[in-house]
Write a protein that binds this ligand. Structure first.
Ligand code: PLP
Length: 398
């Protein structure tokens, strides 16, 4: 079979699952922004894209211009160079390729972004995951010990972390940067929603790379990620980046978006307010624990995450079920922060799910005063059933 020529470990894998949902499903599983451009901006964007010479390969001048816009918009220091990727996913892959060798190690806290492990394994490297604390904080001592033991060629720290959203302390990450024996990537995919960033330190020290993306800011469909790195590191990255990895349409659209960054900033500010309000309301749900988040998503621990997830699906809402993916994520769901109306829809269904869970646990004691009659009827019915069972199982007396 010619297929046998394909690596056995690849054949044993499953592809990254992307939800294939109909347009009427409320998609809150992938941290997409809820604010599309308005009609006027979309028309202007269309006019801009109409000018793009798609018969020509992307030109260095276009790349330079987008890099310059990114530098200005995001205050990237002059000491760092900017590498562009077809999503930061591509940059993660390229960064792993830079260090890939049979005995080399990629290290990251766990649970974290699944593509770190995926790429490490794909390129034949050893992957070491260091468990987070129960509260999803960084176990900095365990990280430092693992660095000393495994001397990783590459460390990934998502800050804020995905899928948990819980912020790490800047000082803890500093200690890990100091201890790193190879490259270290601070993945700030959610940097715009966070109070903390390493962007000003990108490339200083030389092994520190800061990774970012436009995806969570409203442009997931564009696929534009960037890495701010020391010139020496960026130079090596350039050698293995496929030529023309950034297409002309993306570059033009990103340029258009970055020229209107005030709109994006307003959306980010609005989303951070939504996040605060959403977290506060979620915390009022009975039996529900809300983890603090610095991303555009919130992780909750529910009494029965599987049932709540299914109930959301039944209401045409898709969130991310973390339950089952890592022991620390037991009974957790990850909710992308959407618009106010979208978040309220989720809250209503979660409230239903939690109430149902309570009723299923305490059938005779739930309900308020108005339901007393029903409760009495239920108790009588239960006694009757118990009596019948007793007769059947114990044998009816002669
Ligand atoms: C979403 C995400 C990415 C991938 O972003 P793209 O630019 O869309 O490829 C990278 N890292 C983390 C931590 C993410 O959550």
């Amino acid at each position: 079979m010619p297929l046998n020529a394909i690596r056995a470990d690849i054949r044993a894998r499953t592809a990254y699952p992307v939800a294939d949902v109909s347009a009427d499903v409320l998609k809150l599983d992938a941290m997409e922004a809820p604010y599309p451009f308005d009609d006027d901006l979309r028309r202007q964007l269309g006019e801009t894209l109409a000018e793009v010479m798609i018969n020509r390969y992307p030109a260095p001048a276009q790349l330079r211009q987008v890099r310059q816009q990114l530098r200005q918009t995001f205050n990237i220091p002059e000491t760092a160079e900017i590498a562009l990727g077809n999503g930061s996913d591509e940059l993660i892959q390229l960064l792993v390729q830079l260090v890939a060798a049979p005995d080399a190690v990629v290290l990251a806290p766990e649970p974290s972004f699944v593509m770190y492990r995926h790429n490490a394994e794909l390129y034949g490297m050893k992957y070491v995951g260091v468990p987070l604390n129960e509260d999803f904080g960084l176990d900095v001592e365990a990280m430092l010990a693992a660095i000393e033991t495994h001397r990783p060629a590459l460390i990934f720290i998502a800050h804020p972390n995905n899928p948990t959203g819980v912020p790490f302390s800047h000082g803890d990450i500093e200690r890990i940067i100091q201890a790193a024996t190879g490259l270290i990537v601070i993945d700030e995919a959610y940097g715009a929603f966070s109070d903390d960033s390493f962007i000003r330190q990108a490339g200083q020290p030389e092994h520190l790379i800061v990774l970012r993306t436009l995806s969570k800011l409203g442009f997931a469909g564009l696929r534009l990620g960037y890495a701010a790195a020391a010139p020496a590191v960026a130079g090596e990255l350039a050698k293995i980046t496929p030529p023309y990895n950034m297409n002309r349409l993306v570059l033009a659209a990103a340029g258009f978006a970055l020229e209107r960054f005030d709109i994006i900033n307003r959306n980010v500010a609005a989303l951070k307010l939504e996040r605060a309000q959403y977290a506060e309301t979620l915390a009022k749900l009975p039996e529900t624990h809300v983890f603090p988040s610095q991303g555009n998503f919130i992780v909750v621990r529910l009494p029965d995450a599987q049932a709540a997830y299914q109930k959301l699906i039944d209401h045409n809402i898709l969130v991310k079920k973390l339950h089952g993916s890592h022991p620390l994520l037991d009974n957790c769901l990850r909710l992308t922060v959407g618009s106010n109306d979208e978040n309220n829809q989720v809250l209503r269904v979660l409230n239903l799910a939690v109430q149902e869970w309570r009723e299923s646990r305490q059938p005779a004691t739930t309900g308020s005063g108005g339901h007393t009659g029903k409760i009495i009827a239920a108790v009588i019915a239960l006694i009757a059933i118990a009596a019948i069972l007793w007769f059947v199982l114990a044998g009816a007396p002669a």
